[in-house]
Design a protein around this ligand. Structure first.
Ligand code: ATP
Length: 235
């Protein structure tokens, strides 16, 4: 589904990503783990077309070359980014935020069915439709942000540290929704510092260090790996 090869990004002389390669198959949940500054956000921004990739970088969604497209065409191709900090419209209601997700013609056609799907994933949002998004808790706001991204009819959902600032309990509630989204055939690429909880719901994981992929494998194996335990779990 999503295939990234030799993705490099520079900010001036600083190399933020160096020939990163990874793939996310249909309906798979893949987590990219890395410390602060490892390049996680840059990876998602490059995929979404928000920072330029170096010559030679390839990002394919099926047979579509994303690296040749501007950001709005990347959304149209089926990639939806939920950025760190969520970027909701705080003075609009939950329902209004969601309807803004269905801005593309293709998504508008399917808005009603999509809304049913989104409310089946996050029943809490159905109850809170008239609530102003800015008055919701951090975890609830993250649900709205993911739900809004789902309203764009994505093939791949990109999540930037969805657990940031959430309690372990809230994170668990949020992460429980991800396998149900993936079961509908949507692939999920999530970048996280929360190693244990994200690997628990992921199929596979990649380890990113200083802009380089230094390892990857099945989530279960990474959880058991001594290197991961030392570097990311403080064990
Ligand atoms: P965090 O978990 O702290 O958000 P991250 O893994 O998402 O970190 P990035 O935000 O991708 O890391 O940053 C990777 C590196 O690139 C860092 O060293 C950062 O300082 C640098 N960087 C990011 N954005 C810019 C920018 N606009 N200009 C210059 N350097 C940048």
């Amino acid at each position: 589904m999503l295939e990234v090869s030799d993705l490099s990004v520079r900010y001036g002389r600083h190399v933020a990503l160096e020939k990163v390669s990874l793939e996310v198959r249909t309906g798979e949940i893949v987590v990219v783990l890395g410390a602060n500054g490892a390049g996680k956000t840059t990876l998602l921004k490059a995929l979404a077309g928000l920072v330029p990739a170096e010559e030679g970088s390839r990002m394919m969604l099926g047979d579509k070359a994303l690296h040749t497209l501007p950001p709005h065409k990347i959304v149209e191709a089926g990639l939806a980014l939920v950025p760190e900090g969520r970027h909701l419209f705080g003075t609009l209601t939950v329902a209004e935020n969601l309807s803004l997700g269905a801005f593309l013609p293709k998504a508008r056609e399917k808005a009603e069915a999509n809304l049913d799907f989104v409310y089946s994933i996050f029943p809490k949002l159905k109850e809170r439709q008239p609530q102003l998004a800015g008055t919701m808790s951090g975890g609830e706001q993250q649900m709205v942000a993911i739900a809004r991204a789902l309203m764009t009819c994505p093939k791949v959902l990109l999540l930037d540290e969805p657990s940031l600032g959430l309690s372990p309990l809230m994170t668990m509630e949020l992460f429980k929704a991800l396998p149900r989204i993936a079961a509908s055939g949507i692939s999920i690429l999530v970048v996280e510092q929360n190693t244990k909880q994200s690997l628990a719901i992921a199929d596979r994981g990649y380890l990113l260090e200083k802009g380089n992929v230094i390892g990857h494998g099945a989530a279960e194996e990474l959880l058991k790996s001594e290197d991961v335990q030392k570097a990311y779990l403080g064990l």
